[in-house]
Design a protein around this ligand. Structure first.
Ligand SMILES: C[S@@+](CC[C@H](N)C(=O)[O-])C[C@H]1O[C@@H](n2cnc3c(N)ncnc32)[C@H](O)[C@@H]1O
Length: 174
């Protein structure tokens, strides 16, 4: 009986996130590696944020390239796995948080997001608000669903690269 409740709790933890974002499916490693080398040349000067970081696959890849990597993840089990797999690596941080309710660091250079079509407009708004508030450019790689209302810089397989720039009107007002 205990196992029934454990299984039910795990099922609920993995299931309830669909109301807040994409369910847990890790990025295809080969294509993610290509995205972080050929689509965007990630390097030690970068600060990468993964919105919905799952088991930390993208954070580990980013860290191997010398970048600082911060993941926001809603599922505590995945946060724990990600933290265990990153132990000893000071470049990786995984935070238990809802990405829609959390702002990410001002020095972030690139956001990676495995998104769903339903969240496109929300994501577009969140990223544009971030650059308008902090006044610096921000790159974004989407996997799967892109940002229909924004012109991509480049595409590679299922990954798309976008550049967010501060709105000049917003900057003048600030
Ligand atoms: C498709 S997986 C991507 C995992 C990882 N980024 C990768 O590419 O391998 C999406 C992840 O986002 C998490 N998630 C969904 N909604 C979220 C939210 N509002 N805040 C934080 N994490 C969320 C899910 O729990 C899941 O682990």
């Amino acid at each position: 009986m205990v196992w029934f409740w454990v299984a039910a709790a795990i099922f609920l933890l993995f299931g309830f996130v669909v109301f807040r974002g994409a369910p847990y499916v890790p990025s295809h490693r080969k294509y993610a590696r290509l995205a972080l080398t050929k689509l965007y040349r990630l390097n030690a000067d970068d600060v990468l944020v993964d919105l919905g970081s799952g088991d930390g696959t993208i954070l580990r890849m980013a860290s191997l390239k010398g970048a600082r990597a911060i993941g926001y993840e809603l599922n505590p089990i995945l946060v724990l796995i990600s933290q265990l797999l990153a132990r000893g690596d000071k470049k990786q941080t995984t935070i238990l948080a809802d990405m829609w309710l959390t702002d990410f660091p001002a020095d972030t250079t690139i956001v990676y997001v495995f998104s769903v079509t339903r969240d496109e407009a929300k994501l577009l708004k969140k990223l544009q608000n971030h650059v308008d508030e902090h006044g610096s450019d921000l790159w974004c790689i989407t996997y799967g669903a892109g940002l229909r209302d924004k012109q991509p810089v480049k595409k590679l397989h299922a990954h798309t690269l976008y550049l967010f720039e501060p709105n000049p009107l917003q900057r003048k007002q600030a």
